[in-house]
Design a protein around this ligand. Structure first.
Ligand code: PLP
Length: 291
């Protein structure tokens, strides 16, 4: 059903392990401190989407975290082993391929690196159709903090996602599906596991906007791929600063990520948003075509 492959210099294609059995030392800092980095990619139609962009971001995150990880070739080989095993043991229409590099018990230990392949959550597909209700939640820092405080590793995809998950639980307890974080100075940031996209229609002009990376948000591989495709399609592109009123006045707001693809936002803090059906169709087609 699900597959697990560890990277190991002694096994160029990685080695398969039992995903349902214990595998990690409880003293690994990846476990005790959430000290490590990861990536999540979508596997569908026999292909892992945007694997190159994900491996590039993994390498950047690892560098920011001072973590030495195997080269891209080793990750490619381990992913091939993992998806082959996944397909051979039942497969699924959509699966999540997760790459993890966790710090070992001692700083000088090599990173513990593995790949898992698991069936994608059905909820993602459902929300793509229905859209989501979102709460605006304060992230508690200003939009310039990232520039002042590189030790916070903002913009790196680290294993320390407990705050992101707590924000999602808060939203669910309060009747919403998801969250858009804002900075203390009122700038739109990102969602706990997705990037925010905003569309504006201005006569013949179609404009696609996203928050600027200088705010310390994760550089989204889906946002980047959609922007590339939209530029080819004649859209104007822009990078924030966006404020909540820009979301309320938009002709469409979406949460995008590798796993959920393009999900429209129906309401923010219970106020309905506009969704231009034609723009939604166009962006859906662009996001479905990402390879
Ligand atoms: N922002 C955050 C905080 C994320 O965790 C993610 C994805 O997991 C994204 C944005 C979207 O990134 P991508 O499109 O590369 O999946």
């Amino acid at each position: 059903m699900s597959s697990l492959v560890f990277l190991d210099p002694a096994y160029p294609a990685g080695y398969l392990a039992d995903i349902s059995a214990p595998q990690l030392l409880v003293t690994a800092q990846g476990v005790t401190r959430g000290d490590g980095v990861f990536e999540s990619m979508l596997y569908t139609n026999q292909a892992v989407r945007k694997i190159e962009a994900h491996l590039a971001r993994l390498a950047t995150s690892a560098e920011v975290a001072d973590l030495v990880i195997p080269d891209a070739r080793s990750w490619y080989a381990a992913v091939d082993t993992a998806v082959a095993d996944f397909d051979a043991t039942g497969g699924a229409e959509e699966a999540v391929v997760k790459l993890v590099a966790a710090r070992g018990e001692h700083d000088e230990d090599p990173a513990i690196c593995w790949v898992t392949v698991t069936p994608a959550p059905a909820l993602g597909k459902e929300q793509r159709e229905t859209g989501v209700d979102v709460l605006l939640l304060d992230r508690g820092y200003d939009s310039k903090l990232s520039e002042r405080a590189p030790w916070l590793m903002m913009g790196a995809k680290t294993l320390s996602y407990s705050v992101n998950m707590a924000a999602l639980r808060y939203a669910r307890k309060h009747g919403a599906h998801d969250v858009i974080f804002t900075s203390a100075d009122g700038i739109v940031l990102e969602a706990p596991t997705s990037t925010v996209l905003v569309a504006q229609r201005d006569g013949e002009t179609k404009r696609l906007l996203t928050p600027m990376l200088e705010t310390g948000i994760l550089p989204g591989t889906t946002q980047s791929a959609i922007f590339d495709a939209a530029a080819q399609d004649g859209w104007e592109l822009g990078y924030g600063p966006l404020r909540p009123e820009d979301l309320y006045q938009a002709d469409g707001v979406w949460l995008v990520s590798s796993i959920r693809l393009l999900t429209p936002v129906r309401t923010i803090d219970a106020k309905p948003l506009r969704l231009d059906a034609e723009l939604h169709e166009e962006l859906s087609a662009l996001s479905e075509a990402i390879r």
